[in-house]
Write a protein that binds this ligand. Structure first.
Ligand code: 13P
Ligand code: SF4
Length: 308
């Protein structure tokens, strides 16, 4: 079936089933084109908690769909491709977090939303890349266990006097972009600010003119007067950048800046998801109850973009 036919079919099914289609900024262009809402992890989790649709179709990766289920337990949440996971989220288990908690009993656990539901259930508060600095500074303890991203953790550390114990996880997509490639691009395009995601390595973040979440990057490049930008995050964001600032030029920091998991979902999967109610996110009531509090605490504190 042609792209347009699939897209029309999805929109018809979404309407018939009183569903909502959420898509992360890294999703394939043809999915972002027909989503009810696109955004970063924070925006999508807030939207998921406030929708009155019966079904949330989450085009992203599993931890995002799980967060939607935790915040809207009465709704059906579908992840159209069951294999769309996040390798960084799998870098810490609930058992490992239990170990950390007993090693540092007076520490407050801040977990990046890129964690599995059972890990969230053992956390005190969640954060996303758009509010990590604000959240860490707001915690009622001097000592903070920050999981799982060591790169986001070391970025936050620059803006806080909290004593941070940082887990050794990382995003394989962002971690394998190196400062040498950025330096070459900066030489080639000296007029272009380098804007990157805080999941990048510290020596890459060091070179950035702006560090922020995916939606923060879209907003910054729209409002900033420069005409050309070097972009340090996953290539799916290019669709939103071009849509929001058609007159500007965007240079992706590396051709290999691709998250394979974010690319697993295709239009065909969404059709099947809506027709067959698959793949439904199911979590135990105990996990939902425990994981809800850290997510709600994060939403209460709100999203104040990380400054730089
Ligand atoms: P954002 O919250 O900035 O959209 O990032 C999510 C993510 O998975 C980045 O790799
Ligand atoms: Fe996970 Fe990295 Fe993909 Fe984001 S880009 S979903 S952190 S693997």
């Amino acid at each position: 079936m042609e792209k347009k036919e699939l897209q029309d079919r999805i929109r018809r099914l979404v309407k018939e089933k009183n569903a909502i289609l959420l898509a992360h900024n890294y999703q394939r262009e043809e999915i972002q084109e027909i989503a009810d809402l696109t955004g970063d992890s924070y925006e999508l989790s807030v939207k998921a908690s406030r929708t009155d649709a019966d079904i949330i179709v989450f085009c992203g990766v599993r931890f995002m769909a799980e967060s939607a289920k935790i915040l809207s337990p009465g709704k059906t949440v579908l992840l159209p491709n069951a294999h769309a996971g996040c390798p960084m989220a799998d870098m810490i288990t609930a058992q490992q977090l239990e170990g950390l908690r007993s090693q540092y009993p007076d520490a407050y656990v801040v977990s990046y939303v890129n964690t599995n539901a059972d890990v969230k259930a053992l956390s005190d508060v969640c954060c996303t890349s758009s509010n990590a600095v604000t959240i860490v500074n707001a915690v009622p303890a001097k000592k903070v266990i920050f999981i799982p991203d060591k790169n986001l953790g070391s970025y936050v550390k620059k803006f806080t006097d909290k004593d941070m114990i940082i887990w050794n996880g990382y995003c394989p997509t962002h971690h394998h972009i190196y400062p040498e490639e950025i330096k070459l691009l900066k030489e080639k395009y000296p007029d272009a600010p380098f804007v990157c995601h805080p999941e990048c390595r510290p020596d890459v973040v060091e070179l950035a003119d702006k560090v922020t979440s995916t939606s923060g990057i879209i907003k910054f490049t729209k409002e900033d007067p420069h005409h050309r930008f070097i972009i340090g995050t996953e290539e799916g964001i290019m669709y939103q950048l071009r849509k929001n600032s058609p007159e500007k030029e965007f240079i992706l920091a590396s051709n290999g800046f691709i998250c394979p998991n974010m690319k697993k979902t295709r239009l065909e999967d969404i059709v099947l998801a809506l027709e067959k109610n698959q793949y439904e996110i199911t979590l135990s009531p105990a996990i939902i109850e425990k994981a809800r509090l850290p997510l709600e605490r994060m939403i209460e504190v709100g999203a104040v973009p990380s400054a730089r």
